[in-house]
Design a protein around this ligand. Structure first.
Ligand code: BES
Ligand code: ZN
Ligand code: ZN
Length: 507
């Protein structure tokens, strides 16, 4: 195998420090200890009745808080009152009509306020969250806190640990065992996806990625790996062309969850898994290349979703399909101007080797439609820089041939704060990718609407009019400065979105 030769000359494994850097311990207790000398957290709102606090804090603290509430700008979410070096009183203001995502952001913001210095312990009086805003307030609050706490520190060798202990006190407003389990499984798979996206290109190359996906079998998923030899037999030259320059293999991996235990049509998800995108011979400049280790984020969302369906034994039949390749330069790499034949039979003139995601997805989409005959297909890909020009890092682009599916995805996005904006498809954009020498070319020369012409390209590989949506997540997969529910780095975008889409509409 080519890869073995490569291992002698370049580091492809790194030491992993097992010791955790920071951990959050959460405990629940119905006995509300009174007047604690450690940090306490209380929820307040405009109609707040301070009498209920008497149970929890001293009179002098209470009168200070009363003054604070009179003079404070309640638009601020979190107030921290330092009683002494050992005790802080944290007041978290609850506004009317809070959405679930606001509550999760509040938990994340709270994490930001306590995540410094040494290990610490907080007592949260859950009873004080009884302000009638959401019947799972505490559950969502802690979920936001946990999601925000993720950090990729696997390869840091400095061993320094911090424990944040959070004790929930009270009888009311506590999440049920079922809700806790659901939150935990979503956290687990979001972190699983973030871990995959964060791995550098020398570690998570296609061979290693395919190997890791085999372990999904442990969760009860059916995993099929198509290696180069099989893909060649199937005629997936569009996908294979992209991986030509790499010493690593190229793969298509299918992951199936049969939660209904019958043969009814599955829902399907397809992900771009370019483990590193140099651009190939249409080489990227350094500034645009360094982030390209994240170019497999679409595939991470898909496998993360599949894992979550298995963990929570979702009542649905679903399939995830990912194309795993590395886009490199070498003596045998694809050249600009090469013509390849895709799995669909259609020929493609590869005018730009950096527009490789669509070449990988083309074969994956046709295969998914043909093999699984799904109810719908949603693909996710860090496909174009142009979508970042359009939507920045606030919204992912949504392109679809189906209004119903679009609406469902948009609504799910609102619910979990993974927002999308629908972008147009039109036959006049489609014309722009016609080629003189082949059935189509992989970029448009007219210029403009780069994300739409990429989506038009993908649409040409949906052959049977299956409802389809393409999510261009180039601006959402990783974050330079951190977002409301994530610190900087991989976001795991798509996992919670797709899970919500299924839970709300298809279970
Ligand atoms: N992986 C990139 C898209 C990308 C850019 C993702 C920035 C995340 C951040 C994709 O393969 C690519 O290079 N697209 C080209 C297409 C062009 C050559 C038509 C692009 O967007 O520049
Ligand atoms: Zn590219
Ligand atoms: Zn790419």
């Amino acid at each position: 195998m080519k890869s073995e030769i490569f291992d002698h000359i370049y580091q492809s494994t790194l030491p992993v420090i097992i010791k955790k850097f920071m951990s959050i311990k959460i405990s629940y207790s119905s006995k509300a200890k009174s007047k604690l000398s450690t940090n306490v957290v209380l929820f307040v709102n405009e109609k707040f009745n301070t009498n209920i606090l008497k149970k929890y804090i001293s009179n002098s603290e209470l009168s200070y808080i009363n003054d604070l509430l009179k003079t404070s700008d309640l638009k601020k979410n979190i107030f921290v009152y330092e009683v002494n070096s050992k005790k802080k009183i944290v007041l978290i203001s609850i506004k009317n009509n809070l959405k679930t995502s606001n509550i999760e952001s509040l938990g994340a913001e709270f994490f930001g306020r306590v995540n410094y210095g040494k290990s610490c312990e907080y007592f949260i009086y859950a009873d004080t969250a009884d302000v009638g805003v959401n019947n799972n307030f505490i559950g969502h609050f802690l979920h936001g806190l946990k999601l925000k706490s993720y950090n990729f520190n696997k390869y840091k060798t400095k061993k320094e640990t911090r424990i944040i202990s959070i004790n929930l006190l009270g009888n009311k407003n506590m999440p049920s065992a079922k809700a806790k389990l659901k939150f935990k499984s979503i956290e687990e798979v979001t972190f699983y996806a973030r871990d995959l996206v964060s791995e550098p290109g020398n570690i998570l190359h296609p061979d290693e990625y395919a190997r890791r996906l085999i372990s999904l079998k442990k969760d009860g998923l059916k995993v099929n790996i198509y290696d180069q030899k099989k893909l060649k037999k199937l005629g997936m030259h569009s996908l294979l062309g992209v991986g030509m320059g790499s010493v690593r293999g190229s793969y298509l991996v299918t992951v199936e969850w049969n939660g209904l235990k019958n043969n009814s049509k599955p829902v399907a998800f397809v992900g771009k898994g370019v483990t590193f995108d140099t651009g190939g011979y249409s080489l990227k400049p350094a500034r645009f290349m360094e982030d390209m280790t994240y170019d497999m984020a679409g595939s991470a969302a898909v496998v993360g979703l599949m894992k979550s369906l298995a963990l929570r034994k979702a009542k649905i039949n679903a399939v995830g399909v990912v194309g795993l390749v590395e886009n490199m330069v070498s003596g045998v790499a694809q050249r600009p101007g090469d013509i390849v034949q895709s799995y669909s039979g259609k020929t493609i003139e590869v005018l730009n080797t950096d527009a490789e995601g669509r070449l990988v997805l083309a074969d994956a989409l046709t295969y998914t439609e043909k093999k699984f005959k799904p109810k719908f297909i949603v693909d996710l890909a860090t496909l174009t820089g142009a979508i970042i020009v359009s939507l920045g890092s606030e919204y992912a682009g949504l392109f679809s041939n189906d209004d119903k599916l679009s609406k469902q995805i948009l609504n799910a996005g609102e619910e979990v704060e993974e927002k999308l904006w629908r972008m147009p498809l039109h036959k006049n954009y489609d014309k722009l990718i016609n080629s003189k020498n082949a059935d189509m070319q992989n970029i448009n020369y007219v210029g403009g609407a780069g994300s739409t012409t990429a989506a038009q390209f993908l649409q040409r590989f949906i052959l049977k009019k299956t409802p389809w949506a393409h999510l261009d997540i180039a601006g959402m997969a990783f974050s330079k400065y951190g977002g409301s529910l994530n610190s900087s780095g991989a976001t795991g975008f798509g996992v919670r979105l797709l899970n919500q889409l299924i839970e709300e509409n298809y279970e």
